[in-house]
Design a protein around this ligand. Structure first.
Ligand code: NAD
Length: 258
């Protein structure tokens, strides 16, 4: 499946664990050349690179805190230096930073949430853009940008997560502009919008709280990172989704139905 991803050059931001790492593994299984990123190198980096190679892909780790524009540029440049271009960009880096209700929000917190969730995707996409355009021109296949939104973009976020939900809604929205102005470059833009997935993102929640959330989901459980991965392959593959752009795919066990 997704044979056209073999050899494709895929950069996944924020991907040392959780949804991002599951996507990296899935791309490697398709034979892709995959860049993965985190603020610091994982302790088991050598083993991970071996694993991606054994799965049929090729891995490259790129260190960088993508809250900063300079790091977004460095990560893109490092990836291109190794692989000579970019065919697919997955903007997965994101998170709550902290939970703060409206009365506690200050400038620093506003900046931190937007830097991590909005600026990181904006700037990484900006620096990747010429490479994605060149890829489409050279290969005759569309290149792809995949954003990672959230159910919080639809419903506004849980306790203390209003800024996070708004930043994710910003992503859901800005791809519409990119579709309008960069489809002619051969680039497609789509968003994967997870519901509640059982990752470190929810490390602040007790087992009881997670069970209560699961009871509110029609499928009765939280999502698993590997259950989001096939959607990344789908949007990355020109053969599978070459005429699909500007869409938001909700993966949430029925938790929210837009
Ligand atoms: P996670 O906390 O397990 O993973 C977050 C990843 O982002 C990690 O690999 C981490 O290294 C990386 N990261 C964090 N800050 C970074 C920074 N400043 N620079 C570079 N990398 C950074 O969480 P996850 O659930 O796998 O989240 C992945 C994406 O999915 C995020 O964008 C998150 O907002 C989104 N999401 C998650 C859920 C959920 O329920 N888990 C729901 C909706 C959306």
């Amino acid at each position: 499946m997704y044979e056209d991803l073999k050899g494709r050059r895929v950069l996944v931001t924020g991907s040392t664990q959780g949804i991002g790492w599951a996507a990296v593994q899935a791309f490697a299984r398709c034979g892709a050349r995959v860049g993965f990123n985190g603020r610091t190198a994982p302790a088991d980096l050598a083993a991970r690179l071996d694993e991606l190679g054994a799965q049929g892909g090729e891995g490259l780790f790129l260190e960088g805190d993508l809250s900063s524009t300079q790091a977004c540029r460095r990560v893109v440049e490092g990836f291109v230096e190794r692989f000579g271009g970019i065919d697919v960009l997955v903007n997965n880096a994101g998170g709550l930073v902290a939970r703060k209700p409206l009365p506690d929000i200050d400038d620093a917190f506003f900046d931190a949430v937007h830097d991590l969730n909005a600026r990181s995707a904006l700037m990484t996409t900006r620096f990747a853009l010429p490479h994605l355009k060149a890829s489409a021109q050279a290969s005759g296949r569309s290149s792809a940008v995949i954003l990672v939104g959230s159910v919080a973009a639809h419903v506004g976020g849980g306790p203390g997560a209003g800024l996070y939900g708004a930043a994710k809604a910003w992503l859901h929205n800005i791809q519409k502009n990119w579709v309008t102005y960069h489809s002619a470059d051969g680039i497609r833009f789509n968003t994967i919008s997870p519901g509640t997935f059982d990752t470190a993102f929810h490390a602040d929640k007790s087992a009881e709280t997670k069970s209560a959330i699961a009871r509110g989901i029609p499928m009765g459980r939280l999502g698993r990172p590997e259950e989001a991965a096939p959607a990344f392959l789908f949007f990355a593959s020109h053969a599978a989704s070459g005429y699909i752009t500007g869409q938001v795919l909700d993966i949430n066990g029925g938790q929210f139905m837009p």
